[in-house]
Structure formats: structure tokens, C-alpha cells
Design a protein. Structure first.
Length: 146
């Protein structure tokens, strides 16, 4: 029975020694790698979830062009509805201003600029016609009451 305990104790001690050796070996490998990085001047690369060379970088002119295009489309639709022609006029003016800043850089800025101009013309005509019709209606209703 004493021999069994001695054998078990010996096995445990050998396993502990093997574990300590493995830990020391791992630490020495890590230290060697750190030394190599220092001597080579190489630092650990900054890992990122994408490759910077293939990423398409957006610029503010793309964003401004997209805003101008969106406002131009909204302005065209609003100017053709009649009731929202005043909203179309405002959106068209904003589209023209934003599109004029980036029309030479961004194709969507150019499209927004053109749509804004068209919407301003349509909305202007619609607002003018609406005001003329409203004034005629007010004038006509005034005469009808008396």
C-alpha cells in the first residue's frame, strides 16, 4: 500500500514538473517572439474586420449629392400633386443649393440639381396658378354674396 501511494505521488510530481516545463517553454517562446518584434521594428498589426485596400471610402460630396438627389425627387413628386406644391418649392430650392455645390464632383449632385430646377419651375407655376385661382374664387364668392 505504501508503494502505491509512493507511485501515485511520483506520478503527480512528474505531471507537475511536466506542466511547469510546458509553461516555461510557452513563456520563452512568447518572449522570443516579442524580442523578434522589437529587433525587427515590426509591431503587431492592427487587425480590422475589413481590408482597407478594397474598401470604398465615401466622401461628403457623395452624401451631399445623395441628399440633393433625394430632395429633387421629393420636390418633383410634391410639385406635381398640386396641394403640396409649396413643399415641392422648398425642397426644390434646397436641392438646387445642395446640388450646385457638388454638381461638378458627383453625378448624383448633378441629377439633384437638375431635378431641383425642374421642381422649382413646376412648383412656381403651381403656386402661382393656385394663388390666381384662389383670388378669382374669393372675388367671385364676394360678388355672389351680395
Amino acid at each position: 500500500m505504501d508503494n502505491d501511494k509512493k507511485e501515485e505521488t511520483t506520478e503527480v510530481v512528474e505531471a507537475a514538473v511536466d506542466t511547469e516545463d510546458a509553461v516555461k517553454e510557452t513563456e520563452s517562446i512568447d518572449n522570443e517572439q516579442k524580442e523578434e518584434q522589437k529587433t525587427n521594428g515590426a509591431q503587431r498589426p492592427n487587425y480590422q474586420p475589413y481590408d482597407e485596400r478594397t474598401q470604398v471610402k465615401r466622401t461628403t460630396s457623395d452624401d451631399q449629392g445623395a441628399i440633393a438627389l433625394t430632395l429633387g425627387i421629393i420636390a418633383i413628386v410634391a410639385s406635381l400633386t398640386g396641394i403640396l406644391s409649396l413643399v415641392g418649392l422648398v425642397c426644390g430650392i434646397i436641392a438646387v443649393v445642395k446640388g450646385s455645390k457638388v454638381r461638378k464632383i458627383s453625378s448624383s449632385g448633378m441629377a439633384g440639381w437638375v431635378l431641383g430646377i425642374i421642381a422649382v419651375v413646376f412648383s412656381g407655376v403651381a403656386v402661382f396658378a393656385g394663388m390666381a385661382l384662389l383670388s378669382q374664387f374669393m372675388l367671385y364668392s364676394r360678388y355672389m354674396m351680395f
